[in-house]
Design a protein around this ligand. Structure first.
Ligand code: 13P
Ligand code: SF4
Length: 313
């Protein structure tokens, strides 16, 4: 076991990274000490783009399991490790591949758009993947003669329908963190900070999105907050985002939108990753993402389609 002091441990992780020729990718919801030593911190889209193009031999993915799986699918020759293989996602859990397949069989004209928060097996059944950062663009680019099926986040799907005007059949999944904000909790905080704009993730419910000044992915939140003239901004997304925003915009105040129960704006899956587990996964090269050849090759096409549509101007 490495020494317990976080700064010494961070140095050991960086030494190990050099030795392994590894890259450390971290999602915006990771704990501050992991964000601070990562090579890249970003949203699901940015992390996928980084994973696809890295020349490092080992990808160390600090996020949740489906994100590490996506990195493996995009760059299958690399070793992909993650600090905790049990870091799941309530959206992924809500959509088992067999149930999706059964629904798809009810309508051969379905064009399945899957939010990246799903398993590799669900990706393998999809026509195209999207993230919160490109979902509107992906839906707009979908074939006009097909019936759109959007899985697994009904809130993100409803937001995409509002933005594009394209009807979609929605899977009834949700993020257990983002549905915690309510109309009442947002009205309350707005009353306390009357001049502060509200920024919400599209996984929030419509009642919350309606009150927000901006609805966007975690990476787009950084851009919005940088360019906003406001000195204080209310943030309705997972608490890890506040560390990233405070680093990017040190002169602004970021107010976490309150939920009605304490600490429920922390994703228990994202928070499974610690510096100690990060060190261990690099020292042991375990846990590792392993997928069958068939899943890898079937899941790659819809993700590559997403990256191609996303890059269009
Ligand atoms: P982003 O792609 O916006 O970072 O969202 C990922 C996620 O899991 C939100 O809960
Ligand atoms: Fe999944 Fe929600 Fe956690 Fe994001 S915040 S990983 S959507 S459970």
């Amino acid at each position: 076991m490495p020494p317990a002091r976080p700064d010494a441990l961070s140095r050991q992780i960086l030494d190990l990274k050099k030795k392994l020729n590894a890259v450390i990718l971290a999602h915006n919801y990771q704990v501050p000490e992991i964000q601070d030593l990562a090579d890249f911190v970003g949203d699901s889209l940015g992390l996928s783009q980084q994973a696809a193009k890295t020349s490092a031999e080992v990808i160390v993915f600090c996020g949740v399991h489906f994100m590490a799986e996506t990195a493996k699918i995009l760059n299958p020759m690399k070793v992909v490790v993650l600090p905790d293989k049990d870091a799941g996602c309530s959206l992924e859990e809500s959509c088992p591949a067999a149930k999706l397949q059964a629904l798809q069989q009810t309508n051969p004209n379905f064009w399945t758009i899957s939010y990246i928060n799903c398993s590799a097996e669900v990706k393998a059944l999809s026509d195209i993947i999207c993230t919160s950062g490109n979902a509107v663009k992906i839906a707009n680019a979908a074939p006009r003669d097909r019936d759109l099926l959007f899985v697994p986040d009904e809130n993100l799907g409803a937001w995409v329908m509002e933005k594009t005007g394209r009807p979609m059949t929605l899977w009834r999944g949700s993020c257990y963190v983002h549905v915690e904000w309510t109309h009442e909790s947002i009205v309350r905080i707005r009353g306390q900070y009357p001049g502060a704009p509200i920024v919400a993730h599209p996984e929030c419910t419509r009642a919350v999105r309606m009150l927000a000044d901006e609805v966007c992915s975690t990476e787009k939140m950084v851009g919005y907050c940088r360019s906003s003239p406001a000195k204080a901004i209310i943030i309705a997304t997972e608490a890890g985002m506040l560390h990233r925003l405070r680093k990017e915009c040190p002169n602004k105040e970021f107010i976490p939108a309150p939920t009605d129960n304490c600490r429920c704006n922390e994703c228990r899956f994202m928070k499974m990753n610690t510096l100690e587990k990060l060190y261990d996964c690099m020292a042991n090269l375990e846990p590792r993402v392993e997928l069958s050849e068939a899943t890898l090759s079937r899941a790659r096409l819809p993700i590559e389609r997403m990256l191609e549509v996303s890059a269009r101007s």
